[in-house]
Design a protein around this ligand. Structure first.
Ligand SMILES: Cc1cc2nc3c(=O)[nH]c(=O)nc-3n(C[C@H](O)[C@H](O)[C@H](O)COP(=O)(O)OP(=O)(O)OC[C@H]3O[C@@H](n4cnc5c(N)ncnc54)[C@H](O)[C@@H]3O)c2cc1C
Ligand SMILES: *[C@@H]1O[C@H](CO)[C@@H](O)[C@H](O)[C@H]1NC(C)=O
Length: 507
């Protein structure tokens, strides 16, 4: 044992998304050479996934760098690899601070085939944005009046609408319908079924960075490709879903080359790997689904409860390509407003019959010279999960009917369709995490806590946890995921390399 140096320790990373890749990069840089990644699928990138719609590049997973400025490690990497256009890298772009809600130039279409202007809709957007901002402030002050963001926004919207729109009551009904549209869109942002599930007290835990969100003109996966090129060729074992991590082995554990390893990783195909440390980066959705079997001995209750409490939901995209645009030239965002939805709610009454009502609207892919006329529709929640079970043809048919209704143009026909299916992806089980009702930042810290928990006298840092859902202030993002991978790599590095800087043999 004493002959084995720290650098030799066997480190396995489960999952080849950006957090896993980031962890591997950092460990290798610090001289650890027995670093391996085990990935369930045939590809790296996980929820960063670039696809094609005809000739166009489209993002099936992550789309933007949220807050592209110096403090954002994804932005820094993308700049280093020269993957962004000039405008995105400019100082001006980095300085724009919109608090996570960029204001796009919108077009509003309603279910009676009308287009409404900013005089009618502007006040609804303004009221909603104010309420969203207020929802984020309880984090610091505490004493939230209601348990969820949805309940708070709905109660306040009702109250303020009566107060502020007294003189203009004719528009109140349509503005309430508009607020429903914005609530549905917010479900997409949070990746939740309803904003009633998102905790008001912890909503502000999420932090934004300055910089106007930007995209990768050649696709987000270019970032993954560049990062992978810096890793040894054979570092990843693909097509190897991990079934169970057997940890905390002592005397009776498997003995490889005369050395005792505390961990055995068992794959679905029966293969096993012996490890000193495992960094788990699988999505929270997967962990929730397999919480009782993924670890043996099972997760301690304290971690299990936080895994159960934290939210993880579905947000999907529906890409549509058109011959001709039906929107205005400068339009960046299209909202669909159902005129009969005047009671505030962000869920539909009958998922099978009315799932399409949950589709909040579309972003317009820009610039037109690059994409032609392509829209990206956004739909969250159980309606979105149901949409995944329908055939592409059925989805196309339903979306086409709705577009005809909303534009009053019975001939509109999208040429092509591509939609994501994150809920039924067996290795994601949804899109991303959110702070659910009743959970707090401590639950996120709990998720990130390594095993064995503090106070145990068995071998330290056996199972470590990274991934988007483990980042206290940037959960649900690519930069949060990357930072979490770095964090766990650093946890191991500083365990072996104390502040003095020299390797010690803590094995
Ligand atoms: C539709 C959508 C839009 C998004 N938009 C944005 C955006 O615009 N900006 C942004 O910053 N973020 C966005 N995100 C979030 C972002 O994509 C994720 O936060 C980030 O990519 C997560 O990285 P990760 O490494 O934590 O997890 P992942 O990328 O999910 O990596 C985990 C890996 O683990 C693998 N795995 C799972 N189970 C097993 C197993 N049993 N054995 C082995 N391997 C396993 C998976 O196959 C996967 O490759 C979006 C996500 C979605 C779904
Ligand atoms: C791990 O092993 C130690 C030593 O055998 C034991 O005291 C401890 O309870 C075990 N932990 C778990 C979670 O099983």
């Amino acid at each position: 044992m004493a002959l084995r140096s720290a650098r030799d320790s066997q480190i396995f990373i489960i999952g080849c998304g950006i957090s896993g890749i980031g962890a591997a990069q950092k460990l290798l840089k610090h001289g650890f050479h027995n670093v391996h990644i085990i990935e369930a699928t045939a590809r790296s990138g996980g929820r960063i996934r670039t696809g094609r719609l005809g000739h166009n590049i489209v993002e099936i997973g992550a789309n933007w760098i949220h807050g592209p400025s110096k403090e954002n490690p994804v932005f820094r990497l993308a700049c280093d690899y020269q993957l962004l256009d000039k405008e995105s890298m400019s100082e001006e772009n980095q300085a724009i601070d919109v608090g996570g809600h960029p204001l796009f130039a919108p077009n509003w279409f309603t279910s009676s085939g009308q287009k409404l202007g900013p005089e009618t809709m502007g006040p609804a957007v303004e009221l909603f944005m104010n309420l969203l901002e207020r929802s984020q402030q309880f984090h610091d002050s505490g004493g939230e009046p209601l348990p969820s963001v949805g309940e708070f926004i709905k109660a306040e919207a009702e109250r303020l609408a009566q107060e502020e729109w007294k003189e203009d009551q004719g528009n109140t009904a349509i503005r309430m319908a508009m607020i429903n549209t914005l609530l549905k869109l917010e479900c997409c942002v949070s990746g939740t079924h309803t904003m009633d599930d998102v905790g008001l007290g912890a909503f502000g835990t999420y932090k934004t960075l300055p910089g106007l969100d930007c995209i990768f003109p050649e696709g987000y996966e270019g970032l993954i490709d560049h990062m992978m090129k810096e890793l040894p060729n054979d570092i990843v074992s693909y097509n190897k879903p991990v079934k169970c991590i057997h940890w905390n082995y002592t005397e009776n554990g498997p003995d490889t080359k005369g050395m005792l390893f505390p961990i055995t990783i068992e794959c679905v195909n029966g293969e096993t790997f012996a490890a000193d440390h495992v960094i788990v980066t699988i999505p929270l959705g997967y962990l929730k689904k397999h919480q009782n079997t993924f670890l043996s001995p099972p997760l301690p209750l304290q971690k299990l409860h936080s895994i159960q409490r934290m939210g993880f939901g579905t947000n999907n995209k529906i890409f549509l390509e058109f011959e001709q645009p039906f929107w205005e030239e400068d339009c960046e965002w299209i909202y669909l407003v159902w005129e009969d939805e005047t009671r505030l709610t962000d869920v539909v009454s009958d998922v099978k019959m009315s799932w399409i009502r949950k589709l909040s609207g579309f972003t317009v892919l820009k610039p037109t010279e690059r994409y032609g006329y392509v829209l990206c529709g956004w739909i969250a929640g159980r309606e979105s999960e149901y949409m995944e079970t329908l055939s592409e043809f059925e989805v196309l048919h339903t979306v086409t009917q709705v577009l005809r209704l909303f534009t009053g143009n019975p001939t509109i026909t999208p040429r092509k369709l591509l939609r994501s299916q994150w809920f039924h992806d067996p290795y994601s089980c949804g899109s991303y995490s959110y702070v659910a009702k009743g959970c707090s930042g401590y639950d996120i810290d709990n998720l990130a806590e390594p095993l064995p928990l503090k106070g145990s006298n068995s071998k330290p840092l056996q199972v470590l946890f990274a991934g988007e859902a483990t980042h206290r202030s940037f959960f649900s993002t690519v930069h949060g995921a990357l930072l979490s991978g770095w964090r766990e790599a650093e946890r191991l590095i500083s365990h072996y390399i104390p502040a003095s800087g020299s390797f010690s043999s803590k094995l």
